[in-house]
Design a protein around this ligand. Sequence first.
Ligand SMILES: [Zn+2]
Length: 166
Amino acid sequence: MGAADRAARVARETVVPYVSDSYHSPKLELRWIHRREAGVFATRAISRGEVLTISGGVVLPYRKVRTLPRWFRRFCFYIEHGYYLAPSSRRRIGLGFYMNHSCAPNAGDLRGELALTAVALRPIRKGEEITCDYRPVLDPDDRRYRSLLTFRCRCASRRCAGLIRA
Ligand SMILES: [Zn+2]
């Protein structure tokens, strides 16, 4: 049994409601990994290519994102050209925004990148944590990217990048 499964077994489970602008597969749920860290987990086996989450929200430039509370900035994704996607509400946040980072993710878009719409990149077992790669896909001409989050990754993948800026 993996660490994620053990943690999940003892974790308190939280139901994330459907938010009007977002979708999540009924095969997913939020679980608490530690007291202050939650993650998205599969409650049933998932096939490669299945849609996991569609994260809608409001699109904001960096000067607006910068004014958001620090805890809420964690939920914002960089899109491109200085714009970020933020959940529409601070109280009702779609499940997709809770997905944790991995350098070897099992969810992402069809190129394995941006996860605004996340599909399963490979078959996912019941109980497995759903992860995506937070690192932005940068256009070489895009100089407006500012990272909102810097952390040390512990994904244990052989391709782990270590320090992640997202
Ligand atoms: Zn990593």
